[in-house]
Design a protein around this ligand. Structure first.
Ligand SMILES: [Fe+2]
Length: 383
């Protein structure tokens, strides 16, 4: 298929064949982005390439226009994700400028269990390792009531082999689960699901694991001079910003006066996608299941080789989700996913509610940065 312009305020889809959806090329003779020849009507993701010799400023201003005139939102509604291929961004700073140009509101992490190192405005490292371990399919912050609408990934350095980002459509996943295992969807829609997250009380500066510590996640207002009661109170105020959370303190001792923290989230596993009105299997159930399967902790008492409690996601009434249902979900993901191959300088934009993502193992020096955004109207209560 010949390249098709999307540099048009009237182009709700790219390459659509019906007259009413034909891209309008009359208003702009120098389009900035083209759909690549891998385009299909329902491609996930849609691949867009910039016009030859486009300057960074032109790429940024073109992206800004496409976002402002609704084209980007329409493309995401039709495709779920857009892969800006051959974009050639050279640094975290350039990526930040590109992401900002879409006009969304920076997403604030609350209680993030994964460390991100900030490298530029609203740009941080993605979950980077270890390189032999896949990241299983999930919606970003699907285990929280506070999650970003949009996720950008940027390839600062491409892997030698592997390291693809798998993406699968959450709405398709819901539809297929409803067909194949209707009993599961019925029950999970009624009950919801429960996650647990464990935060150790380690020094704020600790970076010994890719997970975050108690103070890194919830201790933003805690001062070194705070006594235990004050520190806990500040931490609990921060947790309360996520209204569905409950928590318990554990492992208090003379050496660990504050204690470690275990947070539980009880949430719907199915949430309505705003732009399409369709139901999406939006959650971290599959990733939790596959992590527990890998760790050998699918069944009670859910203890891993280090003795840590690592259950899969459970129904919200704390009863187990039958494994056969989760295996059906895994199979659907594997049958419907696409693998995004990375070249240095590329960007992937994901409609987080509609699309799950993961990470394949890799070799070489793979560096992916992330930038998370909300719809401008979305806010969260400040502590
Ligand atoms: Fe993620």
């Amino acid at each position: 298929m010949a390249p098709t312009t999307v540099e048009s305020p009237r182009a709700p889809t790219v390459g659509h064949t019906t007259a009413s959806h034909e891209p309008d090329t009359t208003s702009n003779s120098n389009p900035a982005f083209y759909a690549t020849n891998r385009y299909k009507l329902d491609s996930l993701p849609l691949e867009l390439a910039p016009a030859k010799d486009l300057t960074l400023d032109r790429k940024i201003s073109a992206a800004s226009r496409l976002a402002a005139n609704g084209t980007i939102r329409d493309l995401l509604t039709n495709h779920g994700a857009v892969h800006f291929k051959g974009l050639g961004l050279k640094s975290a700073e350039e990526f930040s400028r590109f992401a900002q140009s879409f006009g969304w509101r920076p997403h604030e992490d609350i209680g993030n269990p994964v460390r991100r190192t900030v490298l530029a405005y609203n740009v941080a490292t993605a979950n980077e390792g270890p390189n032999t371990q896949p990241v299983y399919p999930h919606n970003e912050f699907g285990l929280s009531p506070h999650y970003p609408a949009y996720v950008f990934f940027y390839c600062l350095s491409a892997p030698e082999t592997g390291g693809e980002t798998p993406v699968n459509n959450s709405i398709t996943l819901y539809d297929k689960l409803k067909q194949q295992v209707p009993d599961f969807i019925k029950v999970v829609e009624e009950k919801g699901v429960r996650y647990q997250l464990f935060y150790r009380n380690r020094p704020r500066s600790d970076i010994s694991s890719p997970g975050t510590s108690l103070l890194q996640s919830y201790g933003i207002n805690v001062l070194d001079s705070d006594d235990t009661e004050t520190a806990r109170s500040k931490i609990e105020d921060e947790i309360r910003r996520l209204p569905t959370a409950t928590w318990q303190w554990e492992n208090q001792s003379p050496d660990n006066k504050l204690g470690d923290l275990r947070v539980f989230q009880r949430l719907p596993a199915v949430r309505r996608h705003e732009q399409t009105g369709k139901q999406a299997f939006f959650n971290n159930v599959i990733s939790r299941y596959l992590n527990a399967k890998t760790a050998g902790t699918l069944d009670p008492p859910y203890l891993n080789k280090d003795g840590d409690y690592q259950p899969p996601a459970l129904y919200a009434d704390d009863t187990p989700i039958p494994h056969e249902y989760l295996e059906a979900a895994v199979q659907i993901v594997n049958d419907t996913r696409s693998l995004v191959l990375w070249n240095t300088g590329d960007v992937l934009l994901i409609d987080n509610h509609a699309v799950q993502h993961g990470r394949e193992p890799w070799t070489g020096d793979r560096k992916l940065l992330a930038s998370l955004w909300d719809e401008p109207s979305v806010g969260v209560q400040k502590s």
